[in-house]
Each structure stands twice: as structure tokens, then as C-alpha cells.
Design a binder for this molecule. Sequence first.
Ligand SMILES: *Cc1c(COP(=O)(O)O)cnc(C)c1O
Length: 433
Amino acid sequence: MSAGPLSKAWMARAERVTPGGVSSPVRAFRAVGGTPLVVRSGAGAEFEDVDGRRYTDFVCSWGPLILGHAHSEVREAISNAVARGTSFGAPCEPEIELAEWIVAAYPGLDRVRFVSSGTEATMSAIRLARGATGRDKIVKFSGCYHGHADHLLVAAGSGLATFGRPSSAGVPDAFTSETLVLPLDDEQRFIELLRREGDRIAAVIIEPVPANNGLLLQRHEFLATLRRETERAGVILIFDEVISGFRLAKGGAAGILGITPDLATFGKVIGGGLPVGAFGGRRDLMRHLAPEGAVYQAGTLSGNAVAMTAGLTTLRILERNDGWARLETTGRALEALLAPVLASAPFPARLVRLGSLFWMSLQQGEPPRTAEMIDPAAAARYGRLFHSLLADGVALAPSAYEVGFLSLAHEPAHLVGLRDALSRALARPAAHA
Ligand SMILES: *Cc1c(COP(=O)(O)O)cnc(C)c1O
């Protein structure tokens, strides 16, 4: 089954006025074929499209909706904030309270600056690292996505892997010439690079839990090596926690790993469904930021009262309800349900999961730890599964390289629904290819 008649009609209108009919490329279904659903509303773990069809949502707006759609308390807090005015271009109370919450929660973080997206957060953190060290080069890892700033659009994960491009058109070589790319999971290459060029490298940026090119869980020793070697070379280690931050634990991936970066970037969950990003770190680094220091960074709507209220309310609800432990329980239940189904699939398939993040590795052997290890044939298998699940009212991300997200709104019945839909999808002859 494909999109309903009203979704198709709306998408035809959208394509006449926006590139590909979307505001962000992966939404266009190019990787799986077919027409995207146009969504009208969401509640809890479900959404409804314009044709009135209901779906269980395992995309959760690509991460932000950790409480599910339209949580009543978040809704009420936002409405009350709106009634007092949306943005003042001046400091406001929820902004200061959210900053206090983040500083208290995240390891080694003394100061935080708010922006409006994850892209701005990573872009600004890199500028800060360069300003603080007086060095120009940065290191990123193949398969990690850090938003769409020019100098970070190199070997950058899902959206790009999906389109099979190493980089983006419109980015001059000169803009990426100071960006060095290494494979994940390879301490030796990293150590060699730092020994050779460490004194010219400002920062190393990594998703500590790479979740934009499949879920590429890293060995602790690899991440510990990054910490040890960057410290030795005076290189700033940036954890991009735009997905993992406040999703995997109150202290993010850093808290779970027991590895403290110099700077960290956030987005998605901290906005509670509204546009928010942030970056922060030790005071001695953050003091380089204007107005205290010489590294310029600014934003008209940064720290606005409505977005700050949405984020703060979301985090407080998580904290009050033991949210991270509950999400782990939900994740474990999903794993228990899906593991036997995937084990008996007609092709190699297994679930990779950490907390409320999950991904199906549809290839032989151990789950991949590097982007290079992902078998391109897995993407074709995924496309067929995706459409079968969607026809059964279960929405996964429209790309083999994207992870699934669980929220506190996902009930056992939603998980069983996914398990049953997956069993049916795997039993269909077309899925056997
Ligand atoms: C989503 C994401 C970004 C970019 O955030 P936007 O809000 O989409 O700009 C950066 N880094 C990581 C790890 C992400 O997952």
C-alpha cells in the first residue's frame, strides 16, 4: 500500500512550491521509493496522516519527541509561555533555568550557550575550539553527521550516504580543506594522525554514539583513546550529543561512558519538539565566547521563552518519572520481542540497540562499527520492509541508515505491533530477495 489520495494530492502541491516537496531531504522517501505521508496530527506514540490513517511512530520527529507527541504538560507549559510573549531578545527565566539544569546534569560542563538547531551548535563549537586554540584543522569521523555546516559536510552519514555522495555540491574545497576524516573504530590511525599533526588540530568531533549512519556502537577503548590522546596533544574533544544528549541518560553518552569531553553539543531532546540547540563546556573554554571573549556567535531567537519552556518542561518530566530507566526498560522489551523475529528472517538481520535508540543491521556477521562496514545491499532489503510496515500502520524512518526512536509514550502494545508487522513483512515473498 502506498500513501493515500490526500497525501498524494498535498505532496503534488508541495512539489510545485518546495524542492522535492520537503523541508529536509530524508523526508522525501527517495531512499525507499513512494510518496511521503503528509501528517495532520500526533498524540503520544501515534500520528495521523491527512487521509485519516493512523500509525505508530518510531521516528519521533527524528529524535526530539522523547515524551511522544503533544504531551499534555508540555503543551500546557508552552501555551502559558506563549500567552506571556514568545521572544524578547533579552534574557528570560526559562532560559536561565534550562541552562542551570544542563550545567548540573552534564559532566564537566560549566557554561552553556543556546542556539536554534544542532547544526548551529556544532558549527559554533568548532569556531570556539579554533578560537581558543589558535589552530585551524579539525578531525571528524566517517559516518558521523554533525549538521550541515560547510566544513562538516564531509563523509557525513545518512542523508549523504543515502544519496551516495561523499560531500555536498556548493561546498568549496577550500572550506573542507582543514577537515580531516578518519574511520571510526581505529585507534592506531587516530594516534598516528595526532602524533603527526596534533599541534595544528583545534578539535576532534565525534558522535560518541554514532546514530546517523546506522547505529555504530563504538568500543569503550576507542573513545577512551580519543580522550587520552586529545588531552595529550592539547586538542579539544567535542562530543556531538545532539541525538544522545538527555536521551540515553541525564548525563548523556558522556555520563554512561565515564568520558568527559571538553565541549559538547546538544539539540533534538533539549527543545522538547521546538527548535533548540546548545553547546557548552568548561569555563576556561567557554570564556572565549563573545561577549566575554573574541569568538563571535549570536542568534535573534536564541533562548526564546517558548522553546526554552518546552525543553525545560520535557527534561523535568523525564527526571521526575525516572524517564531514562523507563526508556531502557522499553528498549529492552523491544529487543526481546524483535530478536527472535529477526533471527528467523530469510536474510541476516539483527537488532542493534542502546537505550531508546534502535537499528536493524540487515547483513552478515557482527553489527558494523564503521560506516565502511555497512553492506549497501542492506538498503534494498530495508526498503521493502519499510513499505510493508507502513502498510501495517507502523512508521519507521524512510532510510536504511536511520535509527529508530522510542519515547515514554510507547506502550507494550506499540512494541508488539512492530513485532507483528515485522513478522508479516518478513513472511511476504517480496521480502525474501
Ligand atoms: C540532527 C543532528 C545534528 C543537526 O541538528 P539539526 O537540528 O538538524 O541542525 C547534528 N549532530 C547530530 C549528531 C545530529 O543527529
